[in-house]
Design a protein around this ligand. Structure first.
Ligand code: BES
Ligand code: MN
Ligand code: ZN
Length: 493
């Protein structure tokens, strides 16, 4: 999105508060504009309802001036997340028209209750996120949408700087969405590894890929168990970003579940349960998106990201219920259910990530249907093992303003005991009991020892079945904005 100087024919974009007294000074001082807005509003041609977008024209100095207004509601009650709707609706409107050049009267969008930087950061974010489209696999692709955006002179530099930060995060979210939406016959573990290698080649991130031979030689028995039934063998992708070289030993580990297709294996899914299982790599995609945003913003933090990619399929050499495998940790694991594959690959990936001696491990996984049963499709579950309550609290607070709700569920002695109830092995990947999201959390966090570990089960919100002001159906990029925003706050102080 380019930012040049205003041209006369540009459409003015104006934020419209509920009460006339709340209009910005600049607009109140502009008699022609102010009285025109008053009249249009009185006649219900433009609306101040939160997020409502109207397009009309007014006469200023005998020339017709096109305007777009966006309702702000009562600006004393505006919250951070309301700007997702405000800017999302605006950009979706502009794209639908389509309109290619607009001039933003930025002062008219300010509210006392929301930080100015936040307002324009969300604007930048939504300029990418809200208008995302995935048509790589259509013949009649739409031409990419281009918009030229200009701002009033006042505080323009600050506004553009904030906009740019948000825009950067939006680009990373859309990259993660592209990976998630790509069909599984194309996006195999090898394809994922190669595209990540290519993508980060020119960026300050190192990429290391272990192929199936390396995984076998080095003892990643659980990743191998899940991946070996597929003609598309597994990969372990490690990304490293060192943004804080002075504190080299301060590392945060991100781990992502990248099951490029989950058929269930011999514990096969039903014909209604299987479609959409291409999205079982969204945890991996979102971790890749987080790393991308972190490097693009050059945050002062050290990250190691471990992405485990495998395809869970059926074949004569696939794992089967009753098999026992030896994990990288040395634990033996009985597999009564091959559809509980995520915890297997994440067990090895988590144990591997822990060898980098991180101060915190966070894993992201479309792990259990049970998390969706507990919290619905639109919320993630988080499980805390050993992390400071203040860390989790800060993340949860950020997730409220980014509108990516996350709720904590517990890991109790029940689950810690249940993972050890195999008759033949040290651990079992499944027991016949309720509380399956908790059991899975206990299983995965077993592999991080005493390292603080937050496990995010994003099975519900990793995808959405209805479009919104955040974007279309499909992969969402869930928690990329939250984690990046949280890291920005952490590294500022
Ligand atoms: N990938 C699924 C979890 C999932 C289900 C994600 C629905 C998104 C939507 C996972 O591998 C799985 O199959 N989990 C099983 C575990 C069960 C067999 C213990 C589940 O949740 O049903
Ligand atoms: Mn499964
Ligand atoms: Zn799965």
């Amino acid at each position: 999105m380019m930012m040049n100087t205003k041209k006369n024919q540009d459409i003015l974009v104006i934020g419209l508060p509920e009460h006339l007294t709340q209009y910005s000074k600049a607009i109140q001082a502009n008699d022609a504009l102010y009285s025109a807005l008053k009249e249009l509003k009185l006649n219900h041609i433009i609306s101040s309802q939160l997020g409502e977008v109207n397009h009309t024209a007014i006469h200023i100095n005998n020339t017709l001036q096109r305007i777009i207004t966006v309702g702000l509601g009562n600006i004393n009650q505006l919250k951070d997340k309301d700007y997702l709707k405000i800017w999302g609706n605006l950009f979706q409107f502009i794209k639908r028209k389509p309109i290619s050049e607009v001039h933003i009267k930025q002062d008219s969008f300010l509210a006392k209750s929301v930080d100015n930087t936040t307002i324009f950061k969300i604007m930048g974010l939504q300029s990418k996120q809200s208008i995302y489209q995935f048509d790589d696999y259509r013949y009649d692709k739409k031409a990419p949408f281009k918009l030229e955006l200009t701002f009033d002179e006042q505080n323009r530099d600050q506004v553009e700087a904030a906009f740019k930060i948000g825009e950067t995060v939006g680009v990373s979210i859309n990259y993660a969405r592209d990976l998630g939406n790509t069909p599984p016959n194309i996006l195999t573990p090898q394809y994922l590894a190669e595209s990540v290698e290519t993508y980060f080649k020119t960026k300050s991130v190192t990429v290391d890929v272990k192929d199936e031979q390396a995984l076998e030689q080095e003892g990643f028995g659980l990743i191998q168990a899940v991946g070996k039934g597929s003609i598309n063998p597994p990969r372990l992708i490690t990304l490293q970003y060192n943004g804080d070289p002075e504190n080299e030993s301060d590392v945060i580990a991100l781990v992502g579940k990248g099951i490029t297709y989950d058929s269930g294996g011999y514990s096969i899914k039903s014909k209604t349960g299987m479609p959409s299982m291409k999205y079982d790599m969204c945890g991996a995609a979102n971790v890749i998106g987080m790393v991308d945003a972190i490097q693009a913003l050059q945050l002062k933090v050290n990250i190691v990201a471990v992405i485990v990619a495998a395809e869970n399929m059926i074949a004569n050499n696939a794992m089967k219920p009753d098999d026992v495998f030896t994990a990288l940790s040395g634990d033996t694991v009985e597999v009564p259910n091959t559809d509980a594959e995520g915890r297997l690959v994440l067990g090895d990936a988590t144990f591997y990530a822990n060898q980098f001696r991180p101060k915190l491990i966070m894993d992201f996984a479309t792990l259990t249907g049970a998390a969706v049963v507990a919290l619905g499709e639109d919320k993630a579950a988080v499980f805390n093992k050993n992390a400071e309550p203040s860390t989790l609290h800060a993340i949860l607070k950020t997730s409220t303003s980014t509108e990516e709700p996350v709720y904590e569920l517990p890991i109790t002695d029940t689950e810690r005991n249940n993972i050890k109830t195999s008759d033949v092995a040290d651990l079992t990947n499944h027991v016949n009991a309720q509380g399956r999201a908790l059991f899975a959390a206990a299983f995965i966090t077993h592999f991080s020892g005493n390292t603080p570990h937050l496990h995010f089960d994003i099975a519900g919100p990793a995808t959405t079945s209805k479009r919104s002001y955040k974007g279309p159906k499909g992969a969402t990029g869930y928690l990329i904005n939250t984690i990046v925003e949280w890291l920005m706050q952490e590294t500022k102080a």
